[in-house]
Design a protein around this ligand. Structure first.
Ligand code: XMP
Length: 519
């Protein structure tokens, strides 16, 4: 079990058992949006472990397995005897059907996409819904016979049992996904589950979180000092601001310029924190990083070097501070879930080198006040702490910075080119209102040269790729269909204003199969 498993304000929560669906995190986020704390647990958690937590309801998520396969993941069967309202979604519904004596069959064809369902019975889960509405289906198997005691509450053209329930046992099942926006009344269904069925008090919000976490931090830190590494990103800014409000000068903030930041970034970050009265240590380590990166072209090697350099710079600063007990980190809930469940054969796609590598080497106690929160919750918290929108809405920027956006070797000249190109992208996005509509928009420098003509001269310059994606959490992403006018403007400006570039291309790949960053 993970530590720090806290509670809504009074401890109420909805537990989500994760059967591996890409939507599991979304379910927990939706429940929180509705004002009830929600946490994700591995599907095989025992009832003994689960009952240690004050659970108002349990949701079994969807998942990629088939209940018809031997060894299909199944929850502890005692879960159905806990007397806690349960909602099964997709695979969650099928495994409930199978375990409680119903029948699941394999479908001839997959039912995928928006589908109309018809509600057949008066059920609290469908309270306030019209008889017919559209939902998001994504399944091959389906339930052909409900378990004894269950009644069918909705159907679709292809699926005889689109929803079923046992009101006595308070078990509700949906073949479709209420958590995705393509289900018209999805939020209403989840709301019905938490209010009509679980009767969970809706007291999870950032005001109450702020109150609770502030007193927890004060109690934990007492008179001790806390060190933190700032990146200028949303998470470390919110974490540092939160802790600074509570312990003032006893927070020592370190900002390392690794030479891989965007144009103007070191100055902006510095002045922001200095204006807010932070006890800030600024270290310009650019030369040192660039020296170590000389001649390195392999992406993983770049990340490794940057990670190590960061640790060693930070280590040097820390050792000059005398005794500091805590290290503050802006770890978020998705990182906690991933490190908790990524073990089982999860492939390493990229090593994310943030301050994450620090504690192994340095002997700090960790302070991670945001580890219960999703990104959108961190932004809300930031707002309560009066952090300007401009910072809270910032696109994510990777720890290894521009190093993973310059393919091949990193040189000062390539950094100059990429900074200029990237600045143009940022400016055009901010100006055109597209900035807030996308997850990330940035430039990538391709080290290949191609022929162009400028005036009467032949040119032989680099290419810049523009990468713009929309995403919920960075795990999957779609490339964004930008208006041609915006692309044209960016392309014109880059080729005109950035010396050394004569070609601009647009990346039209989603994730998967590509990743968001190019390295
Ligand atoms: P990828 O490229 O893996 O990126 O699809 C997913 C999201 O993570 C960001 N990213 C990083 N963030 N340190 C970070 O803090 C890293 O090393 C790193 N690599 C990628 C990326 O910008 C995207 O939002």
């Amino acid at each position: 079990m993970r530590e720090n498993q806290n509670k809504g304000v009074k401890g109420e929560m909805i537990g989500v058992l994760d059967f591996g669906s890409q939507y599991t995190k979304l379910i927990a986020r939706r429940i929180r949006e509705l004002g009830v704390y929600s946490e994700i647990f591995p599907w095989d958690i025992s009832v003994e472990e689960l009952s240690k937590r004050p659970m108002e309801g349990i949701i079994l998520s969807g998942g990629p397995a088939s209940t018809l396969d031997p060894g299909a993941p199944a929850p502890d069967s005692k879960i159905f005897e806990m007397g806690i309202p349960t909602l099964g979604i997709c695979y969650g519904m099928q495994i409930i059907a199978k375990m409680l004596g119903g029948r699941v069959i394999s479908g001839k064809e997959r039912e995928y996409g928006r589908t109309e369902i018809k509600i057949l019975a008066n059920s609290p889960i469908f309270k306030g819904l019209p008889e017919r509405s559209f939902v998001w289906m994504s399944h091959g198997d389906s339930v052909s016979d409900p378990p004894p005691g269950f009644r069918i509450t909705a159907e679709s053209e292809k699926t005889k049992i689109a929803a079923m329930e046992d009101e006595n046992k308070k078990i509700y099942c949906l073949q479709f996904h209420p958590e995705v926006i393509h289900t018209d009344y999805g939020m209403k269904i989840l709301e019905n589950f938490i209010t009509e069925i679980c009767k969970a008090p809706r007291n999870w919000n950032m005001e109450s979180f702020l109150k609770r976490i502030s007193s927890e931090i004060a109690e934990k830190v007492k008179g001790e000092r806390v060190l933190c590494a700032l990146s200028g990103g949303v998470d470390s800014t919110v974490a540092a601001t939160l802790v600074k409000e509570i312990i003032g000068d006893r927070l020592i903030a370190v900002f390392v310029n690794n030479g891989l930041l965007r144009e103007g970034e070191p100055e902006e970050v510095r002045s922001f924190f200095e204006e807010r009265g932070f006890n800030l240590i600024y270290i310009d380590a650019s030369e040192r990083f660039l020296e170590k990166l000389k001649g390195v072209t392999d992406p993983e090697e770049k990340r490794r070097i940057i990670g190590h350099q960061f640790i060693s710079v930070f280590d040097e600063v820390a050792s000059k501070q005398g005794k500091v007990r805590f290290l503050l980190q802006g770890t978020l809930y998705p990182d906690v879930i991933e490190s908790g469940s990524g073990g089982k054969g999860a492939a390493k796609i990229k090593s994310h080198h943030n301050v994450g590598g620090l504690p192994e080497k340095l002997s700090f106690e960790l302070l991670e006040p945001l580890r219960e929160l999703f990104k959108d919750e961190v932004r809300k918290l930031g707002k309560l702490l009066n952090i300007p929108e401009k910072i809270l809405k910032r696109h994510p920027f990777p720890g290894p910075g521009l190093a993973v956006r310059i393919l091949g070797e990193i040189t000062k000249d390539r950094l100059r080119i990429l900074r200029k190109a990237d600045k143009i992208v940022q400016e055009e996005f901010l100006q055109s209102t597209w900035y807030d509509k996308v997850w990330q928009a940035f430039a990538v420098l391709l080290p290949i040269r191609s022929v162009g003509v400028m005036g009467d001269e032949r040119s032989y310059g680099y290419s810049i790729a523009i990468r713009v994606v929309s995403s919920e959490d960075g795990m999957t992403a779609d490339w964004v269909k930008l208006p041609y006018e915006l692309l044209e403007k960016i392309s014109n400006r880059i080729t005109r204003e950035v010396e050394g570039v004569n070609r601009v291309v647009y990346d039209i790949t989603s994730k998967p199969p590509a990743t968001i960053e190019w390295e």
